[in-house]
Design a binder for this molecule. Sequence first.
Ligand code: PRP
Length: 173
Amino acid sequence: MLVGKPLLGEKEIQAKVKELAEAISRDFAGEELVAIGILKGAFMFYSDLIRHIDVPVTVDFIIASSYLKTESTGEVRIHADIREDISGKNVLLVEDIVDTGITLNHIRERILQRAPARLAVTALLDKRERRIVDVPIEYKGFEIPDRYVVGYGLDFDGKFRNLPYISIFKRSE
Ligand code: PRP
């Protein structure tokens, strides 16, 4: 297994994360926010993002998965759900990557059933070429090509999530 040279370096990622947090803070100025991280992949983006958000934030998480190695199964499994009552509140969904859109769409619909006052999504990476389900992303970091990427929360078979940068993953034969 090989991790190639960084597609997105640490400095570039951190600058973008700060930019996203500033846009979110501006749009929700004077209000409160429940920030829901979609785990596991979003853990690093989430923790970097919320430390730059300057409106009052409540943290919560949902654990979901749909991938086996590099392939989407198309079925979203929810392993743990949020604990906050989000009815009538402003909710920000925080996702590391939108690929087919199946995961985000499933979770978005699930959140909307709980009647938040306002729902917005931030995703660090958008692999648009792979989209199957159209889903809105209000705060988008980077559009990336259709290559399998790891690092900064993203894994291959559970590994590489701890890298502070994002790389294209290559399988060595
Ligand atoms: C990854 C990623 C997104 C989802 C995106 O999660 O974190 O949640 O896939 O793909 P999609 O748009 O095709 O649904 P994964 O199922 O690998 O679980 P993980 O977050 O634990 O890595």
